[in-house]
Ligand binder design. Structure first.
Ligand code: FE2
Length: 560
């Protein structure tokens, strides 16, 4: 509620005094922040506002309403208070607190904390976006954090960095599976068995799962030290979700729209995401302007409007042949969409109006064209077997059988129909938009659990942008599906076979730092040696040589 300047100043002064008293009191009694077990978080920074978050752990199961005092200050001791107030919460929002702190200055670091009657939260750090002539802006990019699959070392690495302005989370913040489900094989040994132990289906389930993830100290520390900008992917609801359904949802699990709504409710309760303007939480896509340097568009390719994924299995005829014509007709249906007309139109309009040097899409699935020879994509033959045949075809062609020639002559097809490859008409529309507007397009992606750098080319082969796709925080990558392949050789082979693909890492969990300046965009892939033990090495030195990808206006995108 608006306050007059005088009463606001007096209120802040009063709060500052009373919070000091509480802080001293808790230090004297040696209290740990038992009421703030899930830490603090900030998100969706703009020039004048940032969302701050915490959860107050109720003392009793049915505790009624809880009041929490919040303080925002310019110093880490929270003495130079610039904003404060009291928020109430209760069981209807799982005792989470989330508010938009306004009236802040651009490009400024702030500190915040929360006070309950008898406890003080850790002090969080956050930063507003800069405005005007911005010379440098750095993002850390993550996706696919899977609690039972491994330790969150990647979050710990990001928490320790002082050189990033915000963290982009591109989805799969959590996974829906129960114990025994996907990537839970090591969970018991790691002490990270999913809670609840069953697949999450209800609001209570989703809340419990968020609470478990947010009990992780490294994730808490990443949130405490940086402002996050988040979008969901499929697993925030369930695997391979689309507008009206999902691969991992069946009728026995209840009504899908209801499950989706409950998952979205828990997402908004637990993540520092701003409530959408119109109040409809299905509309999570939004824009962040970083002065004249970057316009960042966070997209929803998953829940809002996505048409159902195509499946190769549906195009095999009764005689066992593949009906390529029917598949092609469905794939190139001009109405087929990931974004939906409304979101796509919004994106095109915002890009057209933008004067920023870099147009950045923060979104879930790979946009780069990832076509593999059909026998590999359909797993009739392994990658190395295919390479051996190709080698033989060059060195001793007479030794190949007609069947082997047929394998080598099979067309290349998209290997992942859940990605933009399964929605290629709309991809072309976006790429042509960027081309016609002569924009520097950088697409950021997650989802695959491996790291990639791709040239984004129109069907005509014109480079219009670059895609940088981060590895996962802990979800297993392609290497687990090809255990007999050498991951270095596999990455080299894949980049050779897929023309626009410039870089791949198929073995390490990690994250991406993207540095924007007026002249260049620099993508730095960073990895950890393992997520399966508490100790690990930072594999910064593992990065590839500097590689320059073509950008518009002679600006370069460099991958390190
Ligand atoms: Fe994932």
């Amino acid at each position: 509620m608006p306050m007059s300047n005088i009463s606001r100043r007096r209120f802040i002064k009063t709060v500052a005094i009373s919070t000091t008293a509480i802080a001293v009191g808790s230090q004297l009694t040696g209290c740990s922040p038992a009421r703030f077990l899930h830490g603090v978080a900030s998100g969706d920074p703009r020039q004048d506002r940032v969302v701050i978050w915490t959860r107050v752990t109720p003392k009793r199961r049915h505790a009624g309403q809880e009041s929490v005092l919040w303080v925002v200050a310019t110093d880490a001791q929270c003495k130079q208070v610039v904003g404060a107030g009291i928020e109430k919460t209760d069981a209807s929002r799982d005792y989470t607190i989330k508010l938009d702190v306004t009236g802040l200055q651009p490009g400024t670091t702030y500190y915040y904390r929360f006070h309950s009657q008898d406890n003080v939260s850790p002090v969080g750090k956050m930063r507003t976006l800069p405005e005007g002539d911005v010379s440098q802006f750095n993002l850390a990019v993550v996706s696919c954090s899977n609690y039972p699959a491994g330790y969150f070392h990647v979050y710990g690495e990001i928490a320790a960095r002082d050189d990033i302005d915000a963290v982009l989370h591109l989805g799969d913040y959590l996974y829906e599976y129960g114990d025994g489900g996907y990537a839970t094989g090591d969970a018991a040994a790691l002490g990270r068995v999913p809670n609840p132990a069953t697949e999450i289906l209800t609001l209570a389930d989703y809340r419990t799962r968020y609470a478990q993830y947010r009990s992780d100290p490294k994730l808490q520390e990443a949130h405490r030290r940086h402002s996050f900008i988040c979008v969901w992917d499929d697993h925030e609801v369930t695997n391979d979700a689309w507008r009206d359904g999902a691969e991992n949802h069946n009728e026995g699990e209840g009504d899908y729209p209801s499950r989706k709504a409950q998952a979205i409710q828990a997402y908004f309760e637990w993540l520092p995401v701003r409530e959408p303007d119109g109040g409809d939480r299905n509309y999570i896509y939004r824009q962040f302007s970083v002065g004249n340097l970057v316009d960042l568009y966070m997209l929803d390719t998953r829940l809002l409007a996505r048409d159902e994924q195509l499946d190769y299995a549906n195009y095999f005829t009764s005689s066992g042949g593949f009906d390529a014509a029917a598949f092609q007709a469905d794939l190139t249906d001009p109405n087929r969409t990931l974004l939906g007309l409304e979101q796509r139109g919004w994106l095109q309009q915002q890009m057209a109006q933008s004067g920023a040097t870099w147009q950045v899409l923060g979104q879930q699935v790979l946009m780069g064209r990832m076509n593999l020879p059909a026998p590999i994509a359909t797993q009739q033959i392994s990658f190395s077997q295919y390479q051996q045949l190709a080698y033989l075809a060059q060195t001793n062609p007479g030794a190949l059988t007609p069947q082997q020639w047929a394998i080598l002559q099979a067309p290349s097809i998209p290997y992942n129909l859940d990605a933009w490859d399964g929605y290629s008409v709309e991809r072309e529309i976006l790429l042509e938009t960027a081309r016609n507007l002569d924009k520097n397009l950088v697409v950021l992606a997650g989802d695959t659990h491996n790291a990639w750098a791709n040239n984004l080319q129109t069907v005509g082969g014109v480079n219009v942008g670059v895609e940088l796709a981060t590895s996962s925080v802990s979800s297993p990558g392609l290497e687990t599906y090809f255990p007999n392949e050498n991951p270095d050789a596999l990455a080299a082979g894949v980049t050779q076979i897929i023309g626009p693909l410039q870089y791949a890492n198929l073995q390490h969990r990690g994250y991406l730092v993207v540095r924007f300046s007026a002249d260049e965009c620099r993508g730095e892939f960073r990895y950890v040696s393992t997520v399966k033990s508490a100790s690990y090495e930072n594999l910064a030195a593992y990065a590839q040589d500097v590689m320059s990808l073509p950008g518009a206006d002679n600006r370069t995108v460099i991958v390190l």
